[in-house]
Design a protein around this ligand. Structure first.
Ligand SMILES: Nc1ncnc2c1ncn2[C@@H]1O[C@H](COP(=O)(O)OP(=O)(O)OP(=O)(O)O)[C@@H](O)[C@H]1O
Ligand SMILES: [Mg+2]
Length: 259
């Protein structure tokens, strides 16, 4: 299921503004890759290029390549809708559809993809996705109640269930715990640890402890100043990034000496 991602000389623009420059990165399958770095260095921008969500912003474009198991996502015959189905995304704020039931929230992505699905298949998918997101036991008796009736942490797990219901190969998470309390955060981190058995996971986080806890590899992005492009400074095993990084900028950032 899980796939390997390679970016090659990836430049990312908003119109004429070069937001992220020359990223060469390998993301290993069935592992968790954390992306860290100061605000504005382009972590979210970079993440959105991995499922072609960047280009939905008017004027936004890329140069270079993003390859998934060797296939260029930006190749001429590639359908961006198919890419987004393969590469799911979870956002900073839990964003379930508020009036939709918990059940329909899980199925929302599947229905958007115009898949016809029988009632019993849908029931199975709802159950397996909620199990996968570690939420089933908490909601199994109220699947027809609105998603907005859940706690923040439950809503975020509902969004993860919705993302995995479409059976992606890669899961992108942009600060998925930043709006959550510590207990919900630990629940999501545990879940990430389980999901990496099946998925390639890329997570953006401002929380150094979280990066250290959940990820196998860590990439540090930095920016030289306002208006300058963000760059990938260094990428390595997480333990190395946090104990003996090659670059001084990385060491300053992970030890909290930045800014
Ligand atoms: N829609 C947009 N249009 C124009 N510029 C944008 C847009 N979104 C982001 N940018 C710019 O791109 C650069 C990178 O922003 P991005 O949101 O990717 O940073 P980030 O590392 O995710 O920051 P944070 O940690 O605050 O979330 C910034 O200079 C930002 O102002
Ligand atoms: Mg961001």
């Amino acid at each position: 299921m899980a796939q390997r991602i390679d970016t090659k000389d990836l430049n990312i623009y908003y119109s004429s503004f070069l937001a992220v420059e020359a990223v060469n990165m390998t993301i290993e399958p069935k592992s968790v890759t954390a992306l860290i770095g100061p605000s504005g260095c382009g972590k979210s921008t970079f993440l959105r290029t991995l499922n072609r969500m960047h280009e939905v912003i008017p004027g936004a474009r890329v140069e270079g390549h993003v390859e998934m198991d060797g296939v260029d996502l930006y190749g001429p015959n590639v359908d961006p809708v198919a890419v987004r189905k393969n590469v799911g995304m979870v956002f900073q704020r839990p964003n379930p559809f508020p009036t939709m039931s918990i059940r329909d929230n899980v199925l929302a992505g599947v229905k958007l993809n115009n898949k016809r699905i029988s009632k019993s298949d849908a029931d199975d998918l709802v159950e397996s996705s909620l199990h996968g997101a570690n939420l089933w036991n908490e909601v199994k008796d109220r699947l027809d109640r609105p998603g907005s009736g859940l706690s923040g942490g439950q809503q975020q797990r509902l969004c993860i269930a919705r993302a995995i219901a479409i059976k992606p190969q890669v899961l992108l998470m942009d600060e998925p715990c930043s709006a959550l309390d510590p207990i919900s955060t630990i629940a999501i981190e545990d879940l990430i640890g389980e999901l990496k058995n099946d998925y390639t996971i890329v997570i953006v986080t401002h929380n150094m402890q979280q990066a250290a806890r959940v990820s196998d590899r860590t990439g540090f992005f930095n920016i030289a100043g306002t208006g300058k492009p963000g760059k990938l400074i260094e990428m390595d095993d997480t333990a190395t990034i946090f104990s003996s990084p090659a670059e001084k900028a990385t060491e300053d950032y992970v030890s909290g000496r930045f800014g």
